[in-house]
Design a protein around this ligand. Structure first.
Ligand code: MN
Length: 311
């Protein structure tokens, strides 16, 4: 998906959670429009730029779509990040400048690595009618890979593990001894927990900071109750997380070692300095080979002007 990160999100403010496991911040997501679809953006926030390397989370739906309705985001560029697309319901067609054309369905993972530059389109399939529900996340790439080549992976199946009253699907990283095959450039974790009614105790790593985004239902932790439309930031220093559910819940667990540096996020780019963003904007606007040209019936999305370039 495309991330029109708001002007007020531009200034990075790094705030590390306390290391003793006592951090709990529950904040509202804000609504954003992506293509024709309203999303609830849980990350970034002004005071919480990253959770591990996770730097962006757009929760889309559930909404009802028919035919060509739903996600219709024309070709747009990315730099310095990985897009992680995860559906609960529906289907989306991914096409990128590497020549990938991949339908994604619930339970599958699309992982695109931008490195120095890639572009893609995210389209409705034109034949799907029904519920569309999912989340797109971005992972900031570290210095070691962010200037590298782009890549795309599709994982039709991901490892699952039973933890108490939950089935955890490991999208990226490792949870409860189960490791995802997905590429990982930093030490981070992404897992979907599908909870039945009851208590689930999820093992965590103390050196990871964590956050929860509820996709469906309502789940209680010791500090409060979490529902869709929020980011629950849990900080560092927790050995485990106790989750209580009265009804089925679907929740995304994000974690990771605090990111190595501050990031500058603007539009669809993750950078460190404005000059890098300016160069990416100029290259996209010029149609430079750096970002390629995905085959898509949708219109290419022009870059807006960065706020620091407005006069
Ligand atoms: Mn995108």
């Amino acid at each position: 998906m495309s991330g029109p990160v708001r002007t007020e999100d531009v200034d990075p403010v790094a705030v590390a959670g306390r290391a003793d496991g006592s951090t709990f911040e529950l904040t509202d997501s804000h609504e954003a429009r992506v293509g024709d679809v309203l999303v609830r953006r849980a990350l970034p926030r002004r005071d919480r730029r990253t959770v591990g390397a996770w730097c962006f989370a757009d929760h889309m739906g559930p909404l009802t779509v028919s035919g060509t309705g739903g996600v219709n985001i024309g070709p747009h560029p990315h730099m310095g990040l990985q897009t992680v697309t995860w559906l609960v319901a529906g289907e989306v067609l991914h096409r990128d400048s590497l020549g990938s054309e991949q339908l994604i369905r619930p339970g599958q993972l699309n992982l695109m690595t931008a490195g120095n530059g890639v572009s893609h389109a995210e389209e409705s399939t034109g034949r799907y009618t029904g519920e569309l529900h999912g989340i797109q996340l971005w992972v900031a790439q570290p210095e070691a890979t962010r200037h590298g080549d782009p890549a795309f992976e599709h994982h039709a199946e991901l490892p699952r593990v039973e933890i108490d009253s939950a089935v955890a699907t490991v999208l990226v990283g490792e949870l409860a001894g189960v490791v995802s095959p997905a590429r990982r450039d930093t030490d981070h974790l992404g897992a979907e927990l599908s909870l039945r009614a009851g208590r689930t105790v999820v093992p965590l790593r103390r050196d990871h900071e964590h956050a929860l985004v509820v996709l469906d239902g309502s789940v209680a932790v010791s500090e409060g109750t979490i529902t869709p439309g929020h980011l629950a930031y849990l900080g560092l220093g927790r050995d485990e997380l106790v989750l209580d559910a009265n009804d089925p819940v679907r929740v995304l667990l994000l974690g990771g070692v605090p990111f190595e540096s501050r990031v500058l996020m603007w539009w669809n780019f993750v950078a460190r300095a404005r000059e890098e963003v300016d160069a990416a904007v100029a290259d996209w606007q010029a149609g430079a080979p750096r970002f390629g040209d995905p085959e898509s019936p949708l219109e290419r999305i022009p870059s807006p002007v960065p706020p620091w370039r407005e006069r």
